[in-house]
Design a protein around this ligand. Sequence first.
Ligand code: S3P
Length: 444
Amino acid sequence: MSNVKFKVQPGGSIKGRIRVPGDKSISHRSIMLGAIAEGITTVTGFLEGDDSLATLKAFQEMGVEIEEPDNGNVTIKGVGLKGLKKPNTPLDMGNSGTAMRLMAGILAGQDFDCELIGDASLSKRPMKRVTDPLRLMGAQIETAEGGMPPLRITGTGENSLKGIDYVLPMASAQVKSCVLLAGLYAEGFTSALEPAPTRDHTERMLNGFGYPVTSEKLDDQRMKASLKGGGKLTARHIDVPSDISSAAFFIAAATVSKGSDLVVEHVGMNPTRVGIIDILKLMGANIQLEKFHEVGGEPVADIHVKYAPLKGIHIPEALVALAIDEFPVLFVVAATAEGQTVLTGAEELRVKESDRIQVMADALQAVGVDATPTEDGMVINGGKQTPQTTDIQSHHDHRISMAMTIAGLNAVSEIVIDDCANVNTSFPTFIELINQVGMQVEVF
Ligand code: S3P
């Protein structure tokens, strides 16, 4: 793919009423569960980004009839839990950690062998976090050195997986979901106990497909989700709300630029995803939630944001997992806030599509922000406009490309961001929408 760069003109204010594309996490799961359900699942609002399309293609390669998405509409002819067929080629998960880790759970329970591969960024991401519990369940999986992709999964043959009670070593929805999806194919009960609540779309959607999952709150932080293997999923309709992680760039943009007034419509407001709103409000943001209602088991609302002067805070660690994908843009916001912002307890950021602590600290320093990376977070002394013209590297990470675009609002000169084709993984209409609401970003 040719190198795509963004040239961002400094300043601007953000106005209008927009709708961002469908939620990536829910889009992946709609294809996965639709494929292994019985009957025809229809999806509206599906994210036609490279990541969720990689999941869609993988199931087509395993014999599932899925009509090509048309304007977010997808129809999936479910084949039931045991109806997938051996793919002829390795399944390419592209840039998507969610696709690889969740699919590993489903594929560990099949009676055929298969291989999961990914791009340069995904090939460096840790998979031991899913191969450990899957092996405890009886799966046979080989990885490259250091537990990295590709994953080679040997079919279970006559034996089925065994249910386990798994205590997650880190707060990860991908690991939790992998264990639960493998649990569909296991004998007896499988549970996943997480050290802090993470996004619960898998549990909600399984329940929506008529597959009972129980979720138990053990104390302030720990949650346990359990299910019994050997049941069945029944096809249904899924309306995917807009992705709060994509809306985040626009919420941040309107918050930091004077004169802004923006509404982002129909955004998913699942309580396990709204950390960004809570963090921005603690910093002083002016955000109103309007038209709250529920769509297919997921809460949604319109988010109305106006400019507000912000102050630095120590971000509460309890909010970290609930805003895990939003830190690149939250760092950009912190650079505009008066005083110091401190993030701790976020070491998971080091194993995302890039090392988001190092890469964002480098990018912010390059434009002149006082940002110091720490092992598990960052310290940012904000409040000044950023003085430097510079070229930024995205390091194969869509959220770095988009976050540094938003940094242009607080800059005095243009910013050029290198390697931005990756924005298509989660947000193909980003440039169109950011220009529509008042920034000036050129693609070249
Ligand atoms: C996701 C879970 C998160 C998140 C990712 C999507 C999911 O990853 O960062 O973008 O859909 O389950 P972890 O579970 O590794 O934190």
